[in-house]
Ligand binder design. Sequence first.
Ligand SMILES: C[S@@+](CC[C@H](N)C(=O)[O-])C[C@H]1O[C@@H](n2cnc3c(N)ncnc32)[C@H](O)[C@@H]1O
Length: 157
Amino acid sequence: MNLDEFKAVQRQVWAESDYPPVGRLLEPGARQLVDAVGVTDGQRMLDVATGSGSVAALAGQAGAPVVDIDIIDAWFDEARARASMTGVDLDLRLGDAEDLPVDDESFDVVLSSFGAIFAPRHDAVASELVRVCRPGGVIALTAWPPAVRTTPWSPRF
Ligand SMILES: C[S@@+](CC[C@H](N)C(=O)[O-])C[C@H]1O[C@@H](n2cnc3c(N)ncnc32)[C@H](O)[C@@H]1O
């Protein structure tokens, strides 16, 4: 399987899952992430692999204008609805964590909660997170520890 085929399978698996209930289970992680970073009013924030928008809604409540990117748009409506309940407008965009559709150094804070870790080329993701964050900005992720593997193999691309 090549990289494009692998990503096509990933998109299909995510799109066919019933993610929003799982997203609510993972929301404490998103909350810890937003609290740990101390997102504040007016910071430009990027949420990579936003899913149903937990990080986006929480950071938006803190007053940060948020751009949200995901490789599929299946839960954009859910993310929009959650955010709108607290008066937050989201800028939702389709895109890949390995090739983010945003300008260099355009964010003060770049977050991803259990999201960017799913992209297969971690070096490409790391380069992209650094590229889009301004010098002196903050990049923070949540991830499961390596011992909590859910697949018996890791692809190498
Ligand atoms: C476990 S969900 C986490 C969603 C959200 N961050 C949260 O805390 O609920 C993983 C998300 O990563 C997205 N994703 C997977 N691979 C991606 C990639 N290469 N680029 C962008 N998003 C990706 C999936 O579509 C899914 O929405």
